[in-house]
Design a binder for this molecule. Structure first.
Ligand SMILES: *[C@@H]1O[C@H](CO)[C@@H](O)[C@H](O)[C@H]1NC(C)=O
Ligand SMILES: *[C@@H]1O[C@H](CO)[C@@H](O)[C@H](O)[C@H]1NC(C)=O
Ligand SMILES: [Zn+2]
Length: 380
C-alpha cells in the first residue's frame, strides 16, 4: 500500500515535466495514463487506442492503478521526449500529426503507424515510398452526386501530372473526373458523412466548390490516401512556388472549415421565409457557403466576409420566430451589399458563429482578398 502511494506520487510528479505534460500522441494537456511497455504518458482517449495493440503497448492509469517500482523506473528513463526521438525520428513533413480534437481514425492510425508498424523509426522507408510513389491507386466508396447511395469507384492519385482521378469501373479507360492538385482539399468528416472513415474532398470548378464524399472500410487505407494527397499537394506546391520552403507550405496542404453547421436564412427580401441551410465558413478565402444539405455536391450560394474597415460587421439579434423560422438565436451580418439574418437553434451555436465571423472580420484583407471581393461583387 505504501509502495502504491509512493510510486503513484513519483509518476504524478514525472507527468508534470515538460514533454510528459502533454499526451505523447495527440498533445492533449495533462495526460493521466501511461504505456509501461513504450514508456509514454498519454491521455485517456489515446490510452483506449493503445489498448487495441496489446502486443506493443500496455497501459495503466497513473492515479488509480498499481505500479511496480521497475515499471516506474522505466517511465523515468524513457518518457515522452525520449520516445519521440525513437518513434517519430523521421516523420515525413507532409504527414498529418493528429491533435486532440481530430477524429478517431486519424489518431488510431497515427498510433498504429508509430508503434505497431514503426513507420517513422528509420528502420526502413517502405512506407514513405507508398505515400510518395508516382501513383497511389485504391477503390473507395463514393457518394452519388444526386442519390445518397455510396458506390465503389477507383481513385488514382498521380504525382506525374498532379491530379486525382476517379473511374467508374476498375477497367475504365476514361476517368469520370480529373481534379487538379491546385486547390484540392481533403478533410475527415465522419459525423457528416455517417461513417467513421468518411473523407470529404473539395475543389473548385467553374467558380463553385465541388464536394466528393468517400470512405474506405479499412482505416489504414483511408489515412494513407489522405497522407498521399498531402504528399502530392506538397510536391505540387513546391514546384509552383520554388522559393517557398516546406515549413511555409505544410499548413496549406489540407485545411478545415472555421465552422460548419445548420442555420436558418431568408432570401434577399424581407418577405421571404426562413429556410434551414447547411453553412460552411472558410477563414482563408473568407467565404460563407450555404448548401441545401450537408452532403450536397455544390453550394447554393455564398457571401464574402470582408473586414471591419470595409463595412462588414456581425452582432447577435433577438429572435422571434417569424416568417416560417423555427429557431430563435439570431445573428445579424452586415456587408456593404446586403444585410443577412441567420437563426441558430441553440445559444451556444449562435455564440460560436458570431465568434467565427468576428475572427474573419477582425482580420485585415490582403490584396488577393480585395481582388476576390471585387470579382464576386461584379458577378452578382
Ligand atoms: C475519443 O475522442 C473522440 C473524438 O476525438 C471521441 O469521439 C471518442 O468518443 C473519445 N473516446 C473516449 C473513450 O473518450
Ligand atoms: C478554404 O479556401 C482555400 C482557398 O480557396 C482553399 O484552398 C481551402 O481548401 C478551403 N478550405 C476548406 C476547408 O474548404
Ligand atoms: Zn491523446
Amino acid at each position: 500500500m505504501a509502495n502504491l502511494a509512493r510510486n503513484n506520487k513519483i509518476l504524478l510528479e514525472l507527468v508534470q515535466r515538460p514533454g510528459n505534460n502533454v499526451c505523447a500522441d495527440c498533445s492533449a494537456p495533462e495526460p493521466d495514463w501511461a504505456s509501461y511497455t513504450l514508456g509514454v504518458f498519454v491521455c485517456l482517449n489515446c490510452s483506449g487506442m493503445h489498448r487495441n495493440l496489446p502486443s506493443v503497448s500496455k497501459v495503466k492509469s497513473i492515479r488509480l492503478d498499481y505500479w511496480d517500482s521497475s515499471l516506474v523506473e522505466f517511465m523515468q528513463k524513457r518518457g515522452n521526449s525520449e520516445a519521440k526521438a525513437i518513434f517519430e525520428k523521421c516523420v515525413p513533413t507532409f504527414f498529418y500529426k493528429p491533435r486532440q480534437n481530430d477524429c478517431i481514425v486519424l489518431k488510431d492510425q497515427w498510433i498504429r503507424a508509430k508503434y505497431e508498424r514503426r513507420e517513422f523509426t528509420g528502420e526502413n522507408n517502405r512506407f514513405l515510398q507508398i505515400y510518395t510513389s508516382e501513383q497511389f491507386e485504391s477503390p473507395m466508396w463514393k457518394k452519388g452526386r444526386v442519390n445518397k447511395q455510396f458506390l465503389k469507384r477507383n481513385f488514382l492519385l498521380s504525382q506525374r501530372d498532379f491530379t486525382l482521378k476517379y473511374f467508374i469501373k476498375e477497367d475504365s479507360k476514361v476517368p469520370k473526373a480529373v481534379i487538379s492538385m491546385k486547390d484540392l482539399n481533403a478533410d475527415f468528416q465522419p459525423e457528416k458523412i455517417g461513417h467513421p472513415h468518411g473523407l470529404q474532398i473539395s475543389y473548385s470548378e467553374d467558380d463553385h466548390t465541388r464536394n466528393l464524399f468517400v470512405y474506405h472500410d479499412d482505416g489504414q487505407t483511408v489515412v494513407t490516401f489522405f497522407n498521399a494527397i498531402r504528399a502530392t499537394r506538397l510536391a505540387y506546391l513546391l514546384r509552383k512556388h520554388q522559393t517557398l520552403r516546406n515549413s511555409d507550405l505544410v499548413p496549406q496542404l489540407t485545411s478545415k472549415s472555421l465552422k460548419e453547421g445548420y442555420m436558418e436564412k431568408t432570401g434577399p427580401t424581407t418577405r421571404e421565409s426562413f429556410k434551414k441551410r447547411w453553412f460552411t465558413l472558410n477563414l482563408t478565402n473568407r467565404k460563407l457557403l450555404y448548401l441545401k444539405s450537408p452532403l450536397d455536391a455544390t453550394e447554393k450560394g455564398f457571401a464574402f466576409i470582408g473586414s471591419e474597415s470595409h463595412g462588414y460587421s456581425v452582432s447577435a439579434c433577438s429572435g422571434q420566430s417569424k416568417r416560417g423560422g423555427r429557431w430563435r438565436w439570431g445573428i445579424f451580418l452586415k456587408t456593404p451589399d446586403r444585410e443577412y439574418v441567420f437563426m441558430c437553434e441553440q445559444e451556444s451555436e449562435q455564440k460560436e458563429w458570431i465568434e467565427a465571423f468576428r475572427k474573419i472580420i477582425s482580420q485585415p484583407m490582403t490584396p488577393e482578398d480585395y481582388a476576390n471581393e471585387a470579382n464576386l461583387r461584379r458577378g452578382k
